[in-house]
Structures are given as structure tokens and as C-alpha cells.
Design a protein. Structure first.
Lengths: 980, 269
């Protein structure tokens, strides 16, 4: 850690989470030497003149030029005078000024910018005058005013007064491209940065140049705006286009074909064919105020804002951001530049979802639950920190003291609850009493470390687990073996250099937006291949030009095991061949934990092919928590709890005689124990019960535990049940370090002045109240301790080696549930951002044509997906995917899969057309013939006879494999297969 | 006029002198020369004649008597208030267009220009249901802190819509600091006859440009109808018969006015 410069303690060896080494300087193969304004410079061959000028500190005005986008030469503002050696070797002046953003430097060239050449200066003035001819000069109402390149460069490189006397071209303003992105066409200078970004970087073309000549403009291909065809609804031709008020849904119904001229896109929440997770970047790179965001519209001026660097808290990408705030209120976030991580891009969620940190339900004061006279729980009452900590300490101490068997526990209840929560059919036998800790997956490294240390030092237990999501013992073993203590083994740079990347249980665009952009960069620039083990080729995979290795949920392990040189299936054999290339990378997502044998199979695959393996969690705090030891079987730095040497090492660093030696319980086991009355108390961090595999059971468990302490930013379902509520600071009000999926530390400072305390300070105070000095009073203390602790070069945990589960038998009228979280959904960290929520894709249920036919729904009709716990009805979308599988977004608005269905990926759900579901899901399922089939994953399991039985229109189920049956015999390649 | 011949020696002279022996001190031994012995005090005022000496005790009344017939310069403030010069920099005012829409667009250029950081602005977006100013943007929050304001008028120069001007009102006082932070309702100009209180729609077929050019000269029947529909009890509607005044100053302005009025009463004769 290189976070606190005043640190004096010397690390024992490598730091716990070492910072990434600086990238080695790139030595260019060929260079050219030329002159700009008489200054001689040597640059790599192929460098653009404008870049070389930047390096010399010579400013050339520009609009369309962007270092990460291909040169366009669209705005012509960067004109310079160029003298170059001709064929005869004599220096000759090019007859006209040249655009320096498209001109590559050549040997002996002499470039004269506006600083030395009156001709270049005059040319630039002329271009600026032409650009301003139609620019409205409404700077006082424009959001860009004050930070506008056009404003600035009109002052530095433009005429002081305008000679233009005619009427300016005007457009109605603004057009709402989405609920978030607003387009003001008359401000546009047609630099095409936005269209080039969406084409080259994000790949989701949602706006483009249209019309010609003076009417050339940027826009969605909306015929009403373009005024060349009658409005399909009314038949009226709207003269001159129509302004769409951003705050109304007036244009929401202007739906053209979802696969229309806007390219590969899904309907967003309003049904319009726009859905980009990266649209906010166009606002940031727009050099004028043509593209603005509804969230920041008219909110403030640049001179009002105080900017603080930060790290986005929404995913494990660790994107560098800039937090702009005014008077203690965050008003916007922008992408900061970090070439090693997020370059200059940001997902919309990281950019726009920040209001949760100042939501009205923020907890600001500690609260203690009063007790009624009969001992039942009363309301929460605000108290002082001292009182709250004393009450919490007393309750936790009492829980530690109580170890007897509770009276009156129904025999077998514990086992039942435990198996429901963990998905494993093993009895849980533990001494009762004690405290469990559920820190949640969104903590900084420092806070996760404090949780891990509190568990071991203060509460004497290893029952701490940050995984507030479906998890497994196999995953814990995988994390201990292949993730913990192995920082920066696979980085963005390695992904960038990889010839092939296999994604398993990972939807890159939804679960790691920046990772997706980096992958796409490789695909488009270096022709890298992307393979994905998933049920269907998502929009993200299509834009990665990826190859789908179709796998029904639960069969991913079989597919991964099936990737072998001699595989019968040509797709798998090809994948094995590709992965054997040097530099190949396998990226597994956290969802693979829900697949029995999935992570083991990934390890086996990596060992078999020599590909490197990395784990990409979804939440920002998970990787840091793994390093900090916030897992039941792990101590900080990948030290294994069962390793006596590791325990001694950590105990020495912590100054305690011993550490608990039994591996702790996982989240599911902790909740099961709590439900069974076996836990005396529970300490819960930022855990949303809705994220857990069975939210209802989790809430029951939280209600059953005798003493519940909650450390929360905002009031939640846990707060409702807590005995003591201790408010903690959101990321914007504390300093800390997130760790990316690579294991790269991403320290960030505190942006807002706040009295809110970070978790580590609260836990320190809590430990203090219990009579233990945790030693984590300040961030510097934590860092010093992390450095003393250092990395671990001792023994690692052994690899899990679990075999894939047996294929599930799918009864008639049922399907296997596939699900993952979309980037934009109903998560609590997006609360309050209505403009952002409008850009989320519309929640749909996806299923294959045969499955849809068996369920009796056509494309677009409502489909009811149900379990014994409840049902969800969503429009069905027929997608090329394995039969007997239905895909739902995990937590889309109106689609809380875990809460409503109490099911997760790989579970059986009943399908019915929505009209037939009125009789009840179980009745509908029972009415069908109970023909059953098997769903397997490995291509080797497929036998030809079974395939024929499960095509559309025949028997509703059959013996199938994970691969799509019927017309699709091989892996579905990602291009153009999907009809949204 | 100084005699050019007696100008101080040029610098080079001093530089040249540095190498030379310092000038001798005056005789007498000290730093300052002693006054010559026996040379007593002599007044520079010429001695007066006997008549003048006789009248001297009452001579001073002449000044008093002469001033009794000169015009008085004392201002009887606060019992009598003297008008300021027309361009006096007094309290600010946020102006309205003739139909009652506000001129302020919340651009914050005044806050930007303010050298004392006395102005705080937050803009808002006009919607069809709540149109406060012509165009897209209006000033949702507008505050001037008169404990900070130095009345320099740079904000007025910065204003692109001439929304902000200064009045001649100078009685800005109050017992609290918070009371001297004027909000938008304190600063807005009174609603003259014919003006409709915002929000209401713009005049049909106009843009903010027409407003700025002064082509909107009053309310239209459509605007009146809109206000009558949405706020039937608005006192600015033509034909309003209720008791509510057309316009009342905001609380901070009213409190400051009350304070000044009370002081005026106390100070009046």
C-alpha cells in the first residue's frame, strides 16, 4: 500500500494489496523527426501532428479530435500550415492549411501553427467564424457554459465580433434521446465525437449524422423529428420537427423498429429503441453543449463546483471518477482519466447513480430499539453514539457469553432452514451462542479489514462472510485458492493483450462495464476473440463479436469441462484450441458460484489449456474483502484459517495470543444458525436481504436472532429488525480504497465534509466499548497495520475439485431459470435517479421458440414465470437459446426474481401464458402431461434421438442438452441472432 | 514649485560619495545641533494694533453670525429623506417582462462576476406547467447576501437579460444576519398593472428572443385564461375583487423595510 505518505512502519514483505507497478515505457520501433513552430521533436512513426504538438505544449484548437477516437477531421478547427519535403527533397509548402488532427508527422516536416503562421491563424479564425454562424450563443442557459471548448476557443482563436448578420438556423430544443440524454441540435458543431464514441467504443449506435448540407444534424432516426415522413400515429407531418420536453413522456411512444436504424439496441424503459449503458460519455466528450444530461440540467456552473477525485462504487471495475459537488451536495460525476483502468470512459451507472448517498432515508444518528414492558421490540429511538455503542457492546457481550443449547427448538428445523439457505443437504451442528458478521460486498478494503479483524479479535469467531449473494463452499475454496493474495495476476492490460477471452458466468456489459469496453477495444482493434458460456448471446456479446457456447443454467460446469481438444462438439474443440494460445484469459463471474462444480471446472480448464484465470465479482468491495479476510475461511492476504502458521502470523501482527481456528460459517450458514436460534447476535453491514438467495428466509433469520446490530448508510429492511443501528458513511463521505477485480488498489479521498463515520471507525469504537483496542481508529492506522501484515508467501488453500451436478430433470410446463443482474435495475444504489432508470432496458423474459411454444406464448406476449413462492409476469421474447430455459433479469423494476420466486439460476420454474396463469401456477403446471426431459450441458451428453423430440410444436419437453436444439446445431455465434 | 536647481542629487552622486569620507558632524558633539545661545522664540504672526486687541474677545462671533445666514447642509435623516442620485447603487431588483414573466434565467453570471461572493443562484427548468421565464431555464433560487454585497454593480453589468438592476433603496439593515440574505421573492420587482404573476405560459408564437427584443408588451388573453384556469384566485388577474394585494415584498425585504421604518419613526421629530 502506498497510500499514507507519513507511514513509518516497514512492511514485512510485499504489501497486502500492492499497487500496480508503473507500465514500462513503450519504445517505438520507428520514429520521425520534424519541427513544429521551429521546435524539433522526435515522435513514434504514425503520430498525429496535433498529438506531437500537445507533447511540446503547443496548443492547437480542436473540437473533433479525441485521443481515444479515430481521427475524423470533421471540424477543421485545427488547421496548420505545413511544409514538407517533396519528391525532390526540397521543402515545399502544402498549398492549403492542413488539419493537424488527421495529419501524420513525417520526417523533415515543418509545421507552423497559429502561433507562428498568420495563414494558420487566419484559417482557424475563419473556421471558427463558420462554426459560430449557426451556433445560438445561448451560453447563459447552456449547461456547458464555463467549461465549453467552443466558448474557450472562440475567445482564444476566434474573432472578437461576428460579421454574421443573417438569421441563424434554429431547431426546436431539446430532443430527449433518452430520459437521460438531451440533444440540442442548434448548438452542435457536427464534430461527430458522440457518434464515433458510440460506434467505435461502446458499439451501441444510438445517434448518427443525418440529413445533408446546412440541415445536417445529429439525431436518432426519428421520422417525426426529421420531418420526412408522416407520423405513423396521426398521419400528420410535423413541420420542422418537434421538440420533445425532457420531463414528459410525450415522445415515449415514437417507437420505430427495435432493430431499426439505431443499430443493435433494446427498447428502454419507455419502449424507445435506445438503451446504452455508456451514453453519458457522449455528454462528457461533447465539445459544445449539444448533448446534456437531464440529471445535471441547469444544476450548477463549473465555477460553483468543487471537484474531488473518486472511485466508482458500483462495480469492481474501479473506474476513476471526478465527484463534482456544491455546498455538500454531489451534483454530477465525470469520468476521470486513467489509461490503465477506465481510460476516459464510465458506465452510466457509475456516472449518474450517486443520489443514493444523500437519499432522504440516510441514517445520520445512532438508534437503539426500545423494549416494551413485555420485552417485545418497540420502535427505534435516536440516541447518542456513546449510548448506542454501550447497548451494542452489552448485547454482543451477552451473546458471546451465552453458549447453552436454546430451549424449545423444534428438532429438524435447523436442518431444514439451513439446507434452504445454503442449498446443501448437510446438517449444521454448531455450539450455540456467539456472533455472526455479514459485512456485505460494498465495503472499502479498510472497512472490510476492520470487519474481518473485529470478527476474530473482538468476537472470537470466523463467522464473517461478505458474500451477500448466492454462494457456495466451493466458491469459498476457489477464492482461497485462486483469488486471495493473488493480486494483479490478470489485469486489464493482460485482457487487452489476450488473443482470446472466455467469459463464464459473467455478462461483461452488465456486470463490469469497463471490462466490457476494454474487451471491445481488443475485439475491434486487435481482432481478439471472445467466448462466452451463457444461455443466450446477449447484446453485449454480440457487440463483442463473441461466440456463444450455449449452456443451460446449472450446466456451465459441464460446458467448461467439455472444452477439450478432442471434444465432439466443434465449438468446444475450437474453444479449446483458442484457449491454448499463449495469453488466453478465462474470466469467471461471481454467478458461477451458483453452479455446482462451475468454479472447479474453470480451474480445471485453466490448468488444461494454460489460460490464465481471473474472478470478476460484481460489487466494488468483494475483491478487497477477499484480500482483507472477510470470509469464513480466510484471514487477510489469503492466509487460510486452518493453517496454524498463518494464524500465528496474523495473531502476532494483531497482538493477540490466538485466533479462532475453526473455519467460520458462510452467509447462508450464519443465517441458518440465526434462524435456528443458534446465534446470540448478528452484526450486519450493507446487506440488502433482497440480494440473498432467499430473501424471505433471510428476513426470518434476521428477525429470529436475539440481538441484531446494523451498520448501514440508509434505512433498510435490516434497520427495521435491528436492535442497534449505527450509521456509517457512504463512499463520498469517507476516504478508503476499493480493490478492482484485478486486485489493484484504488484509493480515493473523502469528497464531502461529513460527520459520518466509516465502518472501521465505528467498529473501532464498538470494540472499545467492549474493552478491546481494535487499533483501527484512523485510515492511517489501518494502512499501517495492513503494511505490517503484508502479503503471505506461505501455503495456500487447495483447489476445489467438485464434479458438475447431475443434469436436472425438467417436468412439463417448467423450465430452468437463468438470471443475472442488469447494469441498471431496481438496486438500492440507483434509488432517486429517475432519469437514469428510464434508460434501463425493458425487463423481458427470454426463452427459446420451442419453449415458448410449449408454454403457449408468442413473441411479445406476457409470460408468467412462477414457483411455489410466487410468480412474475413479463413480456416474452423469443431468443436463440437452449430449450427448457427461461431468462429473467434478476432485479429489474417489477421483476424481483429472488423475492418473488425465491429461486435463483438453475432452479426449476413453471411457465405459463399470462392468461392461463389465473388459475394458479401449480394448477396450470399439473394440467399438462407430465412428460419429463433432461437438460444437460456437455455436448457429449447429446444424443440425436432426443433432439428431435423437443422441437417446437411437438412434446413440450425432451431430453436436451445445454445447446439449443432444433435448427441450431452448433454454438450460436453472437452476431445478428437475436431479435429483441 | 521647486526650484530645478535645488533638485536632490542624482543617484550616481550618492554612489560616488560612498567611497568618500563621510561628512563631518556639526560642532557641538551631538547628532542634532543645539540652538544658538540667546536666540529666543519669535512669533511669526505679526503683532496687532491696539483696536484689534480690544475687539478680539467678541471677534469669534463673526464666524457664527456669518454661518447663520448661509444655506444649511445638514440632512435631517431619517426624519427627512433626501433622494439619492439617480444612478445610486442601492438594493438589487429582479425585473420582469411586461407580461409578468421573470427576466432572470438563472445563468449565474452575476454570481460569477460578484467579487464579494454575495450572490447564490440555482437554476431550474421551465416546464409547460410551470413557466417562470421565457425559454428553458429560470432562476429557481436567487439569493443576495447584503452583508457581503459591496454594491459595485458588476452583477448588473454581467446580466445577459437585464434581469438584475439596482434600485436606489439604501436602507438595508436588520437585527439578524440571516435576515439580510434576500431571497428571490424579496428581490423581484413589484407586479405592475397588467402583469400576471409567474408561472404562466409565454405569449403564443414567441421565443425568448422576442421577449428580449421587447416585442412582448403585455399579457395576452390566452395567458390570462391560463392563469384563470390554474390559479383562479390570483390577485394579478384582471377583475380580481379579493382583498389580497397584487404584490407584497418577500419576508426578508419586508422585515428590512419594517426595521428601517421603525428606526425612522424613532428618529423622527
Amino acid at each position: 500500500m502506498t497510500l499514507t505518505p507519513e507511514r513509518t512502519t516497514v512492511a514485512s514483505g510485499t504489501p497486502l494489496v500492492p499497487a500496480a507497478p508503473p507500465a514500462p515505457p513503450v519504445v517505438p520501433e520507428k520514429t520521425v523527426t520534424f519541427q513544429i513552430d521551429g521546435v524539433e521533436t522526435t515522435v513514434p512513426k504514425g503520430t498525429l501532428v496535433i498529438r506531437a504538438a500537445e507533447r511540446l505544449g503547443i496548443q492547437i484548437p480542436r473540437f473533433c479530435d479525441h485521443p481515444l477516437l479515430a481521427p475524423a477531421g470533421a471540424c477543421r478547427q485545427c488547421l496548420v500550415e505545413v511544409w514538407a519535403p517533396g519528391r525532390d527533397g526540397n521543402l515545399a509548402k502544402m498549398p492549403k492549411p492542413q488539419a493537424s488532427c488527421t495529419l501524420e508527422a513525417t520526417d523533415g516536416m515543418q509545421v507552423r501553427t497559429q502561433h507562428t503562421s498568420p495563414e494558420a491563424d487566419k484559417a482557424q479564425h475563419g473556421v471558427m467564424e463558420l462554426l459560430l454562424v449557426n451556433h445560438p450563443l445561448d451560453c447563459p442557459v447552456c449547461d456547458k457554459g464555463g467549461e465549453c471548448p467552443l466558448q474557450n476557443q472562440a475567445m482564444s482563436n476566434g474573432r472578437a465580433t461576428s460579421r454574421f448578420v443573417d438569421v441563424k438556423r434554429t431547431f426546436p430544443k431539446p430532443i430527449a434521446i433518452s430520459t437521460q440524454i438531451l440533444l440540442d441540435r442548434e448548438r452542435c458543431v457536427l464534430c461527430q465525437r458522440c457518434t464515433r464514441f458510440s460506434e467505435e467504443i461502446a458499439g451501441d449506435v444510438f445517434i448518427d449524422l443525418q440529413m445533408r448540407g446546412a440541415r445536417q444534424q445529429i439525431g436518432t432516426f426519428d421520422t417525426r423529428v426529421l420531418d420526412f415522413a408522416p407520423d405513423p400515429g396521426t398521419g400528420d407531418v410535423v413541420p420542422g420537427g418537434e421538440a420533445v420536453p425532457s420531463t414528459t413522456e410525450a415522445d415515449a411512444q415514437a417507437v420505430v423498429s427495435p432493430d431499426g436504424p439505431v443499430g443493435v439496441s433494446l427498447p428502454d424503459a419507455s419502449g424507445r429503441p435506445f438503451s446504452s449503458y455508456f451514453s453519458g460519455n457522449t455528454v462528457q466528450i461533447c465539445p459544445v453543449g449539444a448533448l446534456t444530461s437531464a440529471a445535471y440540467r441547469f444544476r450548477s456552473r463549473p465555477f460553483d463546483l468543487v471537484s474531488t477525485p473518486g472511485i466508482a462504487e458500483h462495480d469492481s471495475s474501479g473506474s476513476a471518477i471526478r465527484v463534482d459537488h456544491r455546498r455538500g451536495v454531489v451534483l454530477r460525476r465525470l469520468a476521470a482519466e486513467d489509461p490503465t483502468v477506465n481510460q476516459e470512459w464510465l458506465t452510466d451507472k457509475d456516472r449518474f447513480a450517486f443520489r443514493w448517498q444523500a437519499a432522504p432515508d440516510r441514517l445520520t444518528v445512532p438508534m437503539v430499539r426500545t423494549r416494551h414492558a413485555d420485552g417485545t421490540r418497540g420502535p427505534l429511538e435516536p440516541v447518542s453514539w456513546t449510548e448506542a455503542l454501550d447497548v451494542a457492546a452489552e448485547g454482543l457481550s451477552a451473546a458471546l457469553a451465552a453458549v447453552e443449547e436454546p430451549e424449545g427448538v423444534e428438532p429438524g428445523l435447523l436442518h431444514r432452514v439451513a439446507s434452504r439457505l445454503t442449498g446443501r443437504d448437510e446438517p449444521v451442528a454448531r455450539p450455540t451462542g456467539g456472533v455472526g458478521l455479514l459485512p456485505g460486498g460494498r465495503l472499502t478494503l479498510e472497512d472490510a479489514y476492520a470487519w474481518a479483524k473485529t470478527a476474530r479479535v473482538v468476537l472470537g469467531t470466523n463467522d464473517v462472510d461478505l458474500r451477500a449473494r448466492p454462494h457456495s463452499a466451493e466458491e469459498a475454496a476457489f477464492l482461497a485458492h485462486a483469488v486471495a493474495g493473488r493480486t494483479l495476476e490478470v489485469t486489464y492490460a493482460d485482457v487487452a493483450a489476450a488473443p482470446v477471452v472466455l467469459l463464464a458466468g459473467l455478462e461483461a456489459e452488465d456486470e463490469g462495464g469497463i471490462l466490457f469496453l476494454r474487451l471491445r477495444e481488443q475485439v475491434t482493434k486487435r481482432r481478439a476473440r471472445v467466448l462466452s458460456v451463457a444461455p443466450w448471446a446477449s447484446r453485449g456479446l454480440q457487440r463483442l463479436d463473441g461466440t456463444l457456447l450455449p449452456a443451460a443454467p446449472g450446466t456451465e460446469a459441464e460446458v467448461l469441462d467439455g472444452i477439450a481438444a478432442g471434444a465432439r462438439h466443434e465449438g468446444l474443440a475450437e474453444a479449446a484450441e483458442l484457449l491454448a494460445q499463449p495469453g488466453a484469459v478465462v474470466l469467471v463471474g461471481e454467478r458461477l458460484a451458483g453452479v455446482r462444480g462451475g468454479l472447479s471446472a474453470a480451474l480445471r480448464l485453466a490448468a488444461r489449456t494454460g489460460a490464465r484465470l481471473a474472478w470478476v465479482p460484481r460489487r466494488a468491495g468483494e475483491r478487497g474483502g477477499v484480500e482483507a479476510g472477510a470470509l469464513p475461511g480466510l484471514l487477510p492476504g489469503g492466509r487460510v484459517v486452518t493453517d496454524a502458521g498463518a494464524r500465528v502470523d496474523v495473531a502476532a501482527a494483531w497482538g493477540v495470543p490466538t485466533l479462532p481456528s475453526t473455519p467460520g460459517r458462510s452467509t447462508g450458514e450464519i443465517l441458518a444458525a440465526a434462524a435456528a436460534g443458534q446465534l446470540g447476535a448478528l452484526l450486519v453491514g450493507g446487506v440488502d436481504p433482497g440480494d440473498l438467495p432467499d430473501p424471505a428466509a433471510a428476513l426470518e433469520a434476521l428477525a429470529a436472532v436475539p440481538f441484531l446490530v446494523s451498520l448501514e448508510v440508509r434505512a433498510s429492511a435490516v434497520t427495521e429488525l435491528a436492535d442497534v443501528v449505527l450509521p456509517v458513511a457512504p463512499p463520498v463521505e469517507k476516504a478508503g480504497t476499493f480493490v478492482t477485480w484485478e486486485g489493484r488498489p484504488r484509493p480515493f479521498p473523502q469528497a464531502l465534509v461529513s460527520t459520518a463515520l466509516p465502518d472501521h471507525r465505528v467498529l473501532h469504537a464498538l470494540a472499545d466499548a467492549m474493552g478491546v483496542d481494535l487499533g483501527l481508529r484512523s485510515l492511517a492506522d489501518v494502512h499501517a497495520e495492513l503494511d505490517v501484515l503484508g502479503g503471505w508467501d506461505g501455503g495456500r488453500a487447495s483447489a476445489p475439485d467438485e464434479r458438475p451436478a447431475e443434469p436436472v430433470t425438467v417436468p412439463a410446463g417448467h423450465a430452468l431459470l437463468a438470471t443475472w443482474h442488469g447494469l441498471l435495475d431496481a438496486g438500492r444504489l440507483q434509488d432517486g435517479d429517475v432519469h437514469l432508470a428510464g434508460t434501463a432496458p425493458r425487463p423481458v423474459a427470454r426463452l427459446s421458440a420451442a419453449t415458448a411454444a410449449a408454454a403457449g406464448v408468442a413473441d411479445g406476449e406476457p409470460l408468467t414465470v412462477s414457483t411455489a413462492a410466487g410468480s412474475l409476469t413479463l413480456p416474452a421474447v423469443v431468443t436463440a437459446m437452449p430449450d427448457h430455459v427461461v431468462w429473467l433479469p434478476t432485479n429489474a423494476p417489477g421483476c424481483p426474481v429472488r423475492a418473488a420466486l425465491r429461486a435463483d439460476a438453475g432452479d426449476l420454474v413453471a411457465l405459463a401464458a399470462a392468461s392461463a396463469a389465473g388459475a394458479g401456477p401449480s394448477a396450470g403446471a399439473a394440467a399438462r402431461p407430465a412428460v419429463t426431459g433432461r437438460v444437460g450441458g456437455d455436448a457429449g451428453l447429446v444424443d440425436g434421438g432426443a433432439d428431435g423430440t423437443s422441437t417446437a410444436g411437438t412434446a413440450p419437453t425432451g431430453r436436451t442438452s445445454g445447446y439449443a436444439t432444433g435448427s441450431t446445431s452448433g454454438p450460436v455465434t453472437g452476431t445478428g441472432e437475436e431479435r429483441a | 514649485m521647486t526650484d530645478p536647481t535645488q533638485r536632490p542629487a542624482p543617484r550616481g552622486d550618492g554612489a560616488r560619495r560612498t567611497g568618500a569620507t563621510p561628512a563631518r558632524r556639526p560642532a557641538g558633539g551631538g547628532e542634532v545641533a543645539r540652538p544658538a545661545e540667546g536666540d529666543g522664540y519669535r512669533s511669526a504672526i505679526p503683532p496687532r494694533g491696539p483696536l484689534a486687541r480690544a475687539l478680539a474677545p467678541v471677534g469669534g462671533f463673526g464666524v457664527t453670525l456669518a454661518n447663520m445666514v448661509k444655506p444649511t447642509v445638514t440632512e435631517q435623516y431619517p426624519s427627512e429623506k433626501v433622494p439619492t442620485k439617480p444612478r445610486y447603487h442601492g438594493r438589487h431588483q429582479l425585473n420582469r417582462y411586461p407580461d409578468g414573466l421573470e427576466k432572470c434565467i438563472g445563468c449565474e453570471l452575476c454570481a460569477w462576476a460578484c467579487p464579494a461572493d454575495a450572490i447564490y443562484v440555482e437554476a431550474g427548468e421551465n416546464t409547460p406547467d410551470a413557466q417562470y421565464s421565457p425559454g428553458e431555464r429560470y432562476g429557481r433560487v436567487y439569493q443576495i447576501n447584503y452583508l457581503r454585497c459591496i454594491f459595485c454593480g458588476l452583477c448588473v453589468e454581467a446580466c445577459p437579460t437585464r434581469a438584475l438592476t439596482m434600485t436606489n433603496e439604501y436602507e438595508l439593515t436588520g437585527p439578524t444576519r440571516a435576515g439580510l440574505i434576500f431571497e428571490k421573492e424579496d428581490l423581484l420587482a413589484p407586479l405592475r398593472d397588467g402583469m400576471l404573476r409567474a408561472p404562466h405560459p409565454m405569449v403564443d408564437g414567441t421565443t425568448d428572443t422576442e421577449y428580449y427584443r421587447g416585442e412582448v408588451t403585455g399579457t395576452t388573453p390566452e395567458q390570462v385564461a391560463w392563469v384563470a384556469e390554474h390559479r383562479p384566485d390570483d390577485p394579478t388577474l384582471p377583475g380580481y375583487t379579493g382583498d389580497e394585494p397584487r404584490w407584497t415584498p418577500g419576508p426578508a425585504a419586508a422585515a428590512v423595510q419594517a426595521t428601517a421604518a421603525a428606526a425612522t419613526k424613532q428618529g423622527s421629530r
